[in-house]
Design a protein around this ligand. Structure first.
Ligand code: GLU
Length: 675
């Protein structure tokens, strides 16, 4: 356990201190003015703001108890209320769910949505009348994380035709039943490079029992031939009715439906009309069915009927192979299932979560099944644009001519975008554009692991932590004279001139702390002095602390360093103590949160046990930052949490000095009232 200072919590009742610190921290983070009671409304809002939904099965009991709790909750009741879902609540309140900055993330997806909606290019699928009739302007997106946070916008709740999006799921169901080896006796794993309904099959040589044998099978389960094949493999001995029901049930489970629960998600809908039209116009698919028969992939189950040739007429009993009909019937039916973007995003999230449905926590698919399926999606999920799509977006994805496309961000989230206008390859135009925008902003491309691009954001990390990470290690190393770490960071091409919330960089801190070798190292590595919040370059920090050798080094640069404008009204006035907290990154994160007025994150850090008045290397605290930036909401919050007022930074400035220097009127008035 980290050492912690709880002095600032002096007002918490004695009783609170004796019970579980974890629960107390959670409770405390929700407090307003009174330290021993929280508002029911605030608790509910904090959960919803984290991305959890009011109809989340896992929180059903909790929300029910909250509804009967009145306006305020005391600690003892709080413990009882959260007991049924304590870990989930803890993750939500501490900002530890899959997308920790859910509000920021939502806002930036909203922005992308507003941009992409302007794109009206592309055409509706027209090969069957029902698809040609849908409203082309529809546009919805839903994102479901592996922790069950849900973002949704636009037409996320509109039923649309799954079409080819059924293929990967059907493939999973076949894998579950028969295993990889057996399934792939009948279908390949290679991209076809051809149109989805192409009649060409993959020819491969097999060496079986030391005899060379050639087999002909579909390229992969994502082209029609492969999908018809996998549909045929699902419970092939059962009746059509039973098989369709089985498939529907599996989809239901992927999206959180269960036969027992009364808070069910909906069961997937079957659009008979679409299935009939698929059948009437699906000549190509019928041809594929027979091709599969001819190549020995479809087992002929039924015996030919007894020959009964009427010799008097030029007539014979024309035979249609039932296994072809059966395979196609189930394939057409699963293409004709309808679901909403949120439901499909949940199913995609089940894949992202290695087969466990995020909203029920039930395992639906084996880990192995998911691991075997995703690579095929990656290479063949986006028709004959799969290669280019994967290179740019870098995520396994599948689209369908119904206008849907889903993406899987492993271990993080499932995304589904629905917009029915399609490009030439048959992919939703807006779906592709949204996907591209998401990866251009967020580090979710599977191969982004090696990127050091600071302009893009890792959505798994809160923004303030992301900022703290980008400078924290280097600043820490510079302050402490840790050249090894700086060498490593330089070789990783990390920018060593990134500043903290006061724009203080490693060079500033090294100069202030007298770390001569570090100053030399930084200058040798091309780090240019940049101004901090007060226009200082570290030069006067070195001067004030009498670090002469460092001044010599900086003088060599031949720069005229301006004097920083620190303002201290009453240097001899009262001084309050800052708290020391031994996780500097966390402190840096707290300060960044205060600088960006992110009260949600500050509460989350409080829930993690970080003292609100923790100070950094320059003895700057969250209140200094909030005051300097004029963030009144944060100032109020910090003071409610007993942040002392007269904390002094390295240059003796108090938060009020900072507000005055920056002329933050409302903050000045507020702080003066407390003096
Ligand atoms: N039912 C369609 C077909 O087999 C699926 C088309 C698609 O979404 O790619 O032709």
């Amino acid at each position: 356990m980290k050492k912690n200072s709880y002095k600032n919590k002096a007002t918490i009742s004695e009783k609170l201190k004796t019970i579980s610190k974890r629960e107390a921290d959670l409770f405390y983070s929700l407090c307003d003015k009174k330290p021993n009671v929280i508002k029911t409304k605030n608790f509910k809002n904090a959960l919803l703001k984290s991305g959890l939904k009011i109809n989340d099965n896992r929180l059903h009991n909790l929300f029910r108890k909250l509804d009967s709790s009145g306006d305020e909750i005391y600690f003892e009741d709080f413990k009882k209320i959260i007991s049924s879902s304590e870990l989930l609540v803890e993750k939500a309140l501490r900002g530890e769910l899959a997308l920790p900055d859910f509000s920021d993330f939502s806002k930036s997806i909203d922005k992308m949505f507003d941009e992409v909606i302007k794109n009206k290019s592309g055409e509706l699928a027209s090969y069957i009348p029902p698809l040609a009739k849908v409203d082309p302007d529809q546009f919805g997106i839903s994102i479901v994380t592996v922790d069950g946070q849900i973002y949704q916008k636009g037409d996320y709740n509109v039923d649309f035709s799954l079409q080819s999006m059924c293929k990967p799921f059907n493939y999973c169901f076949a894998l579950e039943k028969l295993g990889l080896e057996l399934v792939h006796k009948h279908v390949g794993k290679e991209p076809s490079g051809r149109q989805f309904n192409d009649l060409t099959l993959l020819t491969r040589s097999l060496v079986e029992k030391s005899q060379k044998k050639t087999t002909t099978i579909p390229f992969n389960p994502m082209v029609n031939a492969g999908a018809i094949m996998t549909a045929c493999l699902i419970n092939s001995d059962d009746s059509y009715k039973k098989r369709l029901n089985f498939v529907k049930e599996q989809y239901g489970k992927l999206i959180g439906w269960s036969a027992k629960s009364k808070f069910d998600s909906k069961f997937p809908r079957f659009n008979k009309n679409v299935a009939r039209e698929e059948n009437f116009t699906g000549h190509n698919n019928l041809a594929i069915g027979y091709l599969l028969m001819a190549t020995g992939n479809l087992p002929s189950k039924k015996k030919k009927p007894k020959t009964n040739i009427n010799t008097n007429k030029d007539e014979f009993d024309f035979y249609i192979e039932p296994s072809v009909t059966e395979a196609l019937k189930l394939y057409f039916s699963t293409c004709s299932l309808e679901m909403t973007a949120t439901e499909i995003a949940t199913a995609a999230s089940t894949l992202a979560n290695n087969g466990v449905c995020p909203v029920t926590q039930n395992r639906i698919l084996k880990q192995k099944t998911v691991r075997d399926c995703l690579p095929i999606l990656q290479s063949s999920g986006m028709y004959d644009a799969s290669g280019a799509f994967f290179q740019q977006v870098g995520l396994p994805a599948k689209s369908g001519v119904g206008g849907g496309v889903f993406l899987v961000v492993p271990q993080l989230m499932g995304i589904c975008i629905f917009s029915p206008r399609l490009d030439e390859q048959g992919n939703s135009v807006r779906g592709i554009e949204m996907a591209k925008q998401i990866t251009s902003k967020y580090l979710v491309h599977i191969f982004d692991g090696a990127m050091t691009n600071a302009d893009r954001i890792d959505p798994k990390i809160p923004i303030s932590r992301w900022r703290a990470n980008s400078c924290g290690e280097a600043i820490w190393a510079a302050s402490n004279g840790d050249i090894r770490t700086l060498e490593r960071l330089a070789s990783e091409q990390k920018d060593l001139s990134v500043g903290n919330a006061d724009m203080r960089t490693p060079l500033h801190l090294a100069a202030a702390e007298g770390q001569l070798e570090v100053v030399k190292f930084l200058l040798k590595n091309g780090v240019n002095p940049v101004p901090d919040r007060w226009g200082g370059y570290g030069y006067f920090d070195a001067k004030n602390n009498n670090h002469k050798k460092i001044l010599n080094e900086l003088d060599k640069l031949n720069i005229k360093f301006s004097k920083p404008n620190h303002f201290v009204e009453d240097p001899e006035g009262k001084t309050d103590r800052i708290a020391k907290y031994d996780d500097e990154l966390m402190v840096s994160e707290l300060l960044f949160s205060a600088a960006r007025n992110d009260t949600t994150r500050i509460r989350q850090l409080i829930a993690k046990g970080v003292p609100v008045h923790a100070g950094n290397f320059d003895s700057r605290t969250a209140l200094h930052l909030a005051a300097a930036e004029g963030n009144l909401e944060t100032v109020k919050l910090l003071i409610n949490f007993n942040h002392p007022l007269n904390v002094r930074d390295r240059w003796k400035s108090t938060p009020l000095d900072e507000a005055k220097r920056e002329k933050r009127k409302s903050v000045i008035i507020y702080l003066k009232n407390f003096k």
